[in-house]
Design a protein around this ligand. Structure first.
Ligand code: GDP
Length: 730
C-alpha cells in the first residue's frame, strides 16, 4: 500500500549516483551460488524472460545490478512505450530495449569486454527492467563460485570471485543463496559464505533449485532446513529454463506474448509440487508451530518482496539519518566553498563565450587604421631601403649624384637620363613588389596571432577541442577573404605603378621620413663598426687592418684583371703561373683569416657610412628642400612618399575587405559554432572540462540529489508513522 519498496528503490538509484559509500546504501538482494547451481534460471524465472548471458566460458564476469520496476499494465499499453523493456542507465544511447534477446546480447558483450587476464571485474553493469509482470525488486547477480580451478581458470580467479561476492554480501544486503538440491548442502559455497557474515540467517534466503532431480522425500528434508537452519528459510523451485528451441517455439505459438519463461516454469512447478507430490509439499494439515514448506517460483517472488520491504523499512530511519548527515556536510561545503552560488553548465559556457568575445574586442584596437598603417609602412620602408641599397648604394656613381645636387645651376631637366631612369626603376620595383599579397598576409598573420592568443588563454586552456574549433574557423574566414583582399589592394594601387603625383606637403613629409630612416641605417652601421673595432682592439688597429684589406683587395683586383686578359690566350704548358701571378706586396701572416673577414666587413661598413652621410647631406640640401620636381636628385624622398601612399591605400582596402568583415563575422561564428552548436550533453561535457567548474557542479549536484532524497525519505517516514497506529489497531 505504501509502495515503500518501490520508492526506496528509486531513492537507492539516486543514492548510487551520489556515491558508493556504504553509509548511503539501501538493501538489495544479492544472488550467490556456485556455477550451474541454477542461479540464472531462478533470476530469469523471476523476470519472466531469458536475458542473462549463457555459455560454457564463465559468462558472468561483472556484477549485474538488476532493478525491476513494476509498471501498471494499462499505462504501458496506451502509450508508445513498449509494455516491457530494459534500460541500461549508464548507456543512455541504447534507449528502451524491448527485445530481451538484445538485452542478452548486450549483457554478453559487456561481460566479454572484461579482458581475459582480468577474468572478473568489480565494475557493475546496471540494468533496469520495466514490466507489468515483475515485482519491484533490486537484485544483484554475481559470478558463480567455482569449485575447482581448471586449466583455463587460474587459481586467483577463485579468490577474485570470492572477494567480489564478499564485498556484496555485506549488510544491509539480503543474500539469496542458491543451492542445487542434488548437491549436498554441506558443499554449498553460497551457504558457507553467507554463514560467515550472517550466522543466524536473518538476512539469508536459501533457494533450493533442481528439486526435480532428487526424491521428493529428500527434497522436503532439505526444505525443512534442519541441518543448516536459516531464519528466513528455504524455498524449493523447479525452474529448468526451457531449451532454446522450445523457448523459440513457445514464443512463436504465443505470438511473442510476454512472460513465457514464468509460465513454463509455473506449469512445470505445478506439475511437480502439485501432482503426485502434492501430499508431501502441501502445508494443509500441518500442526500450528510446525514449519511450513515454501515451494515454487511464485512463492519465492512474494517472499523476496516481503523480505526486501521489511528490510527496506527497517533501514528507513538509519538511511534517513545518514542522508541527513551527508546533506548537512554537502550544504556546509557548498556555503563555504561557493557561498551558495549556483551555476549551470549553460551559464558557464555563456560566460566563457562572453569573455572570449570581450577579449577579442579589446584586442581589435590593435588593428585600428593608424596601427595597421604604421605596420604596413614599416614593411614598405624596409623594402624601400633594400631597393635603395640595390640600385643606389651599390652604384659607385651615386657619389656623383650628390655632387650634381650641389650644382645650383643644373636644372632637373638637364640631369642625365641615367638618374631619371634609375628613379623610375626604383619606384616601379616598389609598386610592383606584391604589395597587395604581402600587406594582406601581414595583417592576416596579425589576426591569426590574436586568435591563437585569446583561444589559448584561460578558460580555454581547459577546452582544447573548442580552441581547435575557434582557431580552425577563424583561419577559414581569413583564408576565404584573403585572396579577394589582396586582389582588391593590388587593384587600388595600380595607378601608382604608372605615375605618382606628389604635392609639396607630401614631399616635405617624405623627405623627413627618409632622413629619419637614413639616421637609423647609419646608426646600425656605426654600431656594427663599433663592435668590430672593439674586437680588433681599438681605432688605430682597425685603421691598419682596413688599410691591409684595401691593399689586399687591390691586389686581388689586379690578379683577377690579369686572369681575364689572359683568357683565350694560348699559354705554353707550364707557363700559366708566371703569366697570371702577381706577387702579394703584403705580409700574408700578419692577420688571421677571421681578422681579414672583420677587416673586409669594416671596409664595407665605412664605405657605406660615407655614402649614407653624403646622401643624408643631399637630402638636407637646399635642392632637396625645393620640392617634388627635384625627385631625380633626391630619390629617397620620392620613394618614401610612394611607400607612404602605398601604405595608406592598402590600409584603407584591407580595413574594408578583411578587418571589418572579420570583426563582424568572428563573434557571430563564435555564437553559432560554440554557443548554439552544442547540445545539452556537449555543453555539460564542455563545462566539466574545467576542473574548477566540475568540482562546483559535482558538489551542487550532490547537494541537490541529497535534498531530493531527503524530501522523499521524510515523506516515507511520515507515512510510516501514520500507517503504524492503523496497522497496530488492526
Ligand atoms: P547457473 O550457472 O548457476 O546460472 O545455472 P543455470 O541457471 O545456467 O543452470 C545450470 C543448468 O541447470 C542448466 O542446464 C539448467 O537448465 C539446469 N537447471 C536449472 N534449474 C533446474 C531445475 O530446476 N531442474 C533441472 N532439472 N535443471 C535445472
Amino acid at each position: 500500500l505504501l509502495q515503500l519498496t518501490r520508492k526506496l528503490i528509486e531513492i537507492r538509484s539516486v543514492l548510487l549516483s551520489v556515491d558508493q559509500s556504504d553509509a548511503l546504501k539501501l538493501p538489495s538482494i544479492v544472488v550467490i551460488g556456485s556455477q550451474s547451481s541454477g542461479k540464472s534460471s531462478v533470476l530469469e524465472a523471476i523476470v519472466g524472460h531469458e536475458f542473462l548471458p549463457k555459455g560454457d566460458n564463465m559468462v558472468t564476469r561483472r556484477p549485474i545490478e538488476l532493478t525491476l520496476i513494476h509498471t501498471p499494465s494499462n499505462a504501458a499499453s496506451s502509450s508508445t512505450t513498449p509494455a516491457e523493456y530494459g534500460v541500461f542507465p549508464n548507456l543512455p544511447g541504447l534507449g528502451k530495449i524491448s527485445s530481451f534477446s538484445t538485452i542478452q546480447k548486450t549483457l554478453t558483450d559487456l561481460n566479454l569486454a572484461v579482458p581475459p587476464e582480468m577474468a572478473v571485474s568489480d565494475d557493475p553493469i546496471h540494468l533496469q527492467i520495466h514490466s507489468p509482470h515483475v515485482p519491484d525488486l533490486t537484485l544483484i547477480d554475481l559470478p558463480g563460485y567455482i569449485q575447482i580451478s581448471s586449466m583455463d581458470q587460474p587459481e586467483q580467479l577463485k579468490d577474485k570471485i570470492n572477494s567480489l561476492c564478499d564485498k556484496y554480501i555485506r549488510e544491509p544486503n539480503i543474500i539469496l543463496a542458491v543451492c542445487a538440491a542434488d548437491v549436498d548442502l554441506a558443499n554449498s559455497p553460497a551457504l558457507r559464505a553467507s554463514r560467515r557474515v550472517d550466522p543466524l540467517g536473518t538476512r539469508t534466503i536459501g533457494v533450493i533449485t533442481k528439486m526435480d532431480l532428487v526424491k521428493p522425500e529428500n527434497g522436503v528434508q532439505i526444505l525443512r532446513g534442519e541441518r543448516y537452519p536459516l531464519h528466513l528459510g528455504y524455498v524449493g523451485v523447479v525452474c529448468k529454463a526451457p531449451a532454446a528451441g522450445v523457448s523459440g517455439l513457445l514464443r512463436n505459438i504465443r505470438g511473442g506474448e510476454a512472460n513465457n519463461v514464468t509460465n513454463a516454469v509455473i506449469r512445470r512447478e505445478e506439475e511437480f509440487f502439485g501432482g503426485e507430490n502434492a501430499r508431501l509439499f502441501s502445508n494443509k494439515g500441518r500442526a500450528v508451530g510446525e514449519k511450513r514448506l515454501l515451494v515454487g517460483t511464485d512463492t519465492l517472488r512474494r517472499r523476496l518482496m516481503d523480505v526486501l520491504e521489511t528490510s527496506m523499512s527497517g533501514s528507513l530511519n538509519g538511511i534517513t539519518n545518514a542522508v541527513q548527515l551527508e546533506l548537512e556536510e554537502a550544504s556546509y561545503q557548498f556555503k563555504v566553498q561557493y557561498n551558495d552560488r549556483r551555476i549551470t553548465a549553460e551559464s558557464y559556457v555563456a560566460e566563457a563565450v562572453d569573455a572570449l568575445k570581450s577579449k577579442f574586442k579589446e584586442y581589435t584596437t590593435h588593428f585600428s587604421k593608424p596601427a595597421v598603417r604604421s605596420k604596413l609602412k614599416d614593411m614598405l620602408d624596409n623594402r624601400l631601403m633594400d631597393i635603395l641599397e640595390q640600385l643606389y648604394w651599390n652604384d659607385p656613381r651615386t657619389a656623383e649624384l650628390s655632387k650634381l645636387a650641389e650644382d645650383r645651376k643644373l636644372a632637373p631637366e638637364e640631369l642625365d637620363s641615367y638618374w631619371k631612369y634609375k628613379l623610375e626603376t626604383a619606384s616601379s620595383m616598389l609598386t610592383k613588389s606584391g604589395v597587395g599579397r604581402d600587406s594582406t598576409n601581414l595583417v592576416a598573420d596579425g589576426l591569426r596571432g590574436l586568435i591563437d592568443n585569446i583561444a589559448q588563454a584561460e578558460p580555454f586552456t581547459f577546452h582544447p577541442d573548442a580552441t581547435t574549433r575557434i582557431v580552425d574557423f577563424s583561419h577559414a574566414i581569413l583564408r576565404e577573404r584573403m585572396g579577394m583582399t589582396a586582389d582588391q589592394v593590388e587593384n587600388c594601387i595600380k595607378p601608382y605603378k604608372y605615375e605618382v603625383e606628389v604635392d609639396d606637403r607630401e614631399w616635405a613629409l617624405g623627405r623627413e621620413r627618409a632622413e629619419e630612416k637614413f639616421g637609423e641605417e647609419m646608426g646600425r652601421a656605426e654600431l656594427k663598426l663599433g663592435e668590430i673595432r672593439k674586437r680588433v682592439g681599438g681605432g688605430r688597429k682597425l685603421g691598419s687592418l682596413i688599410r691591409h684589406v684595401e691593399e689586399l683587395e687591390r691586389w686581388e683586383d689586379e690578379t683577377r684583371r690579369r686572369r681575364v686578359s689572359n683568357l683565350g690566350r694560348v699559354v705554353p704548358e707550364g707557363d700559366e703561373a708566371d703569366e697570371t701571378h702577381v706577387d702579394t706586396p703584403l705580409d700574408a701572416y700578419k692577420y688571421s683569416p677571421a681578422q681579414v673577414i672583420d677587416g673586409r666587413h669594416a671596409l664595407l661598413l665605412s664605405n657605406r657610412l660615407t655614402l649614407l652621410r653624403l646622401r643624408q647631406n643631399a637630402l638636407k640640401s637646399k635642392r632637396c628642400r625645393m620640392g617634388p620636381d627635384q625627385s631625380a636628385f633626391c630619390p629617397e624622398a620620392f620613394l618614401a612618399v610612394v611607400a607612404d601612399k602605398l601604405a595608406y591605400t592598402s590600409t584603407m582596402f584591407i580595413n574594408i575587405e578583411l578587418l571589418e568583415q572579420f570583426f563582424y563575422q568572428f563573434p557571430r561564428e563564435i555564437d553559432s559554432r560554440i554557443l548554439y552548436d552544442l547540445d545539452r550533453s556537449e555543453i555539460a561535457k564542455f563545462a566539466r572540462e574545467n576542473p574548477k567548474i566540475r568540482k562546483h557542479l559535482d558538489l551542487q549536484d550532490r547537494k541537490d540529489k541529497l535534498e531530493q532524497v531527503m524530501r522523499s525519505l521524510q515523506g516515507l517516514v511520515n507515512l510510516q508513522k501514520e500507517a503504524q497506529p492503523a496497522q497496530s489497531r488492526r
